[in-house]
Design a protein around this ligand. Structure first.
Ligand code: UD1
Ligand code: CA
Length: 454
């Protein structure tokens, strides 16, 4: 069965008190609308129509993609009016309506709902609520057959006692939609064209309204303010933590762990508290991540260890290598197997060979470091002359004395050594010692200055 999906995202979201359109507020690092679009994609529809209004330009700009079509609803006259704006672009047998501010809806739930829709039947997603205030109520007859949805503001006291609420998510046969939407009126408590009035019209036309419910009510929870946004965030994170634990990860505290992207994990991974994983992160077996680390778009090979308070972005850590505490590894950095980077070391576009070490207080940028090379504390690659960047190449088994400044472009051959405090401006041949510092003078009987009495 062919499918068009309409995502309503034109509302203002006044209660967010934000310059940013509501649907662009992020959950787990991705806009709410982005989550809905990604779920919609998994249903492989023939089109995805996003109805935009408030902040239309910025929403379009942020989310533009080949498989999305944006429809402008210049004035927000109601959910029925919003869907009507997309009508000219709809041609599939079935149409599914989603909401840009309801980000946690599960694909499985939508698939169940879509199994209900046909030429003679609508699929309506409902939810049982302890406090249904504000929701449209599902009105059933005494046999339990759905007859209508009545909005809270239009409902009688008896109808308000109904605890089955409308989630808004709905699957309808496409052919009928134009007729029903064309017959909507705004003669109601809010003066809006209600999409929900379509239910009673469908019933009058002899169609059946079949209902489904989400497994978890949070799936259909919208975010109207920042408190609700935070609740969605926590729910998302708990779910992500549970999934990782099920795959063999020990989380020291699942409540103090955040994923903002896609994480692939091996077994027996240990993650301490306050770790944030962002973008695409691959973590192989037996990796350990210490507390307070941020790891973004990185690959951690088997047995790699990231110690406390380290920040990794665009990095690969080889098997059995380790970094931190307080390591800052920037894009393009690679640690070979068993390589070691210690505290207050910054790497940028630096590749360390197997077993290479930079234990303390260094900046290595645009550098290639051979296997087993040892870089002393305080070593800096001077990779930037204020205009251009240059490369530093160190061979294998090099020993860089502490506080060396390696002025790029420069190459240090295999087995070479630099004296501590050297400024290395010329290439160093293999197996050679380079000393580039002022020679020490000792001045005998030196008198220190005396304090002047006033
Ligand atoms: C709607 C439903 C209600 C349901 C509730 C669930 C209607 C008439 N009512 O009520 O039955 O229980 O959602 O949360 O459908 N939007 C537009 N253009 C518009 C109006 C709304 O794009 O002209 C979008 C909003 O941005 C929002 C969504 O549609 O994402 C729902 O609109 P909202 O005004 O919040 O509807 P509710 O009054 O909550
Ligand atoms: Ca709402």
């Amino acid at each position: 069965m062919s499918l068009d999906i309409v995502i309503l995202a034109a509302g203002q979201g006044t209660r967010m008190r934000s310059a940013l359109p509501k649907v662009l507020h992020p959950v787990a690092g991705k806009s709410m609308l982005g989550h809905v679009i990604d779920s919609a994609r998994q249903l492989q529809p023939q089109s995805i129509q996003v109805v935009i209004g408030h902040g239309a330009e910025i929403v379009r700009e942020r989310l533009a993609a080949d498989d999305l079509s944006f429809v402008l609803q210049a004035q927000q006259l109601g959910t029925g009016h919003a869907v009507a704006q997309a009508l000219p672009k709809l041609s599939a047998e079935n149409v599914l309506i989603l909401y840009g501010d309801v980000p946690l809806i599960e694909v499985d739930t939508l698939q169940r709902l879509l199994q209900q829709v046909s030429a003679e039947q609508l699929g309506l997603l409902t939810v049982d609520l302890n406090d249904p205030t504000g929701y449209g109520r599902i009105v059933r007859d005494d046999k339990g057959v759905v007859k209508a949805i009545v909005e809270h503001k239009d409902a009688t006291p008896e109808q308000r006692a109904i605890c089955e609420g409308n989630t808004g998510i709905l699957a309808v046969p496409g052919k009928r939609l134009a007729d029903w939407l064309g017959r909507l009126s705004n003669n109601n408590a809010q003066g809006e064209y209600y999409l929900t009035d379509v239910i009673a019209m469908a019933v009058a036309d002899g169609l059946v309204v079949a209902t489904e419910q989400p497994l978890d009510a949070m799936e259909v929870q919208g975010a109207n303010d920042r408190m609700q946004l935070a609740e969605l965030e926590r729910h998302y994170q708990k779910r992500a933590a549970r999934q990782l634990m099920a795959q063999g990860v020990t989380l020291r505290d699942p409540a103090r762990f955040d994923v903002r992207g896609e994480v692939t994990v091996g077994r027996d991974v240990l993650i301490d508290i306050n770790v944030i994983l962002e973008g695409r992160v691959l973590i192989e077996d037996n990796v350990e991540i210490g507390p307070n680390c941020v790891i973004k778009n990185s690959t951690l090979r088997k047995g790699a260890v990231v110690k406390a308070n380290s920040h990794l972005d665009g990095v690969e850590l080889g098997e059995g290598s380790d970094a931190g505490p307080f390591a800052r590894l920037r894009p393009g950095s690679v640690l070979g197997a068993k390589a070691h980077v210690g505290n207050f070391v910054e790497l940028k576009n630096a590749v360390l060979g197997e077993g290479a070490k930079a234990g303390h207080l260094s900046y290595l940028g645009d550098a290639e470091v051979g296997a087993r090379t040892n870089i002393g504390a305080g070593t800096i690659t001077c990779n930037y002359d204020g205009a251009n960047k240059f490369k530093t190449v160190m061979g294998e088994d090099v020993f860089i004395g502490s506080n060396s400044a390696l002025v790029a472009p420069v190459t240090l051959g295999d087995g070479s050594t630099t004296g501590a405090g050297s400024v290395i401006t010329a290439d160093v041949p293999a197996n050679t010692l380079a000393v580039g510092r002022a020679k020490q003078r000792n001045i005998e009987d030196w008198k220190r200055p005396q304090k002047i009495r006033k």
